[in-house]
Design a protein around this ligand. Sequence first.
Ligand code: APR
Length: 267
Amino acid sequence: MLSEEHLKELEKASQIIAQSRHLVALVGAGMSAESGIPTYRGAGGLWTRIGEPDPRSFQNFAADPKAWWQRMLDRESHPEPPERAQFREAIDKAHPNPGHYALVELEGTGILRYIITQNVDNLHRVAGSINVAEIHGNRTLLRCMRCHWRVPREEFEVVEMPPRCPQCGGVIKGDGVMFGEPIPPDVLNVCFREADLCDCMIVLGTSGTVYPAAGFPVQAHRHGAYLIEINTEPTPITEIVDVSLRGPTGDLLPLLVTRVLELLADR
Ligand code: APR
């Protein structure tokens, strides 16, 4: 049962979103927590349990992509930490939750124009969202390091080591952005454009600690956009947002979208 204060904040957020002409959602791992995927930081987070990956992960890959692919394709001989295997199994089994579907509904009203997600789990696309910028990549895809050509993993046959791009001959890697890897410019340009164009940004389940994604709410705020945050904990941007809703996205987003639809119907 939501408190009086909660209901007041929910109403304020609904009113702001119902008036928005260009809403952008910035999404983090908290959005997929209710789909059974552990977050990275905080209690039970993957990095909390095994430590953050080597900041030179990308440089190590680029120095010897063949070795990376051999380890990736031959898990038998190159077992990964059990926590990583559990994380992978959790993503493999995951389905969109009511929070993902609420964003699909909001996109259908024409108010939500883009989702910038830090999640690699593909759940927004599975749920039916169309305009999705996957700033940290998508684990179901492979990507050319040179021309950024992308292909679903299951449509690509590894015929040489390291695998090469059929378009430009560049080295192929997982689309997931490694620690130390520059964000592919095609995705990054969309994110900066949307952070500039939005009149409201809703920030969902992110600790707001990893840049450039963590900078988008500040960029939006700087040009006068409203900020709404849904998180189970306070974050570095909580003190600058217009509305802070404390709780799980899987519960609060559907309530928010239901109220927005009511406001739109009353017009
Ligand atoms: N609903 C809303 N928020 C939640 C929920 C939930 N059900 N569960 C957890 N949270 C919040 C936590 O309070 C935290 O603020 O989600 C956030 C998760 O933070 P992180 O684990 O740091 O995830 P994220 O912000 O997405 O990390 C950014 O770091 O290592 C990289 O590539 C990784 O994309 C990831 C990036």
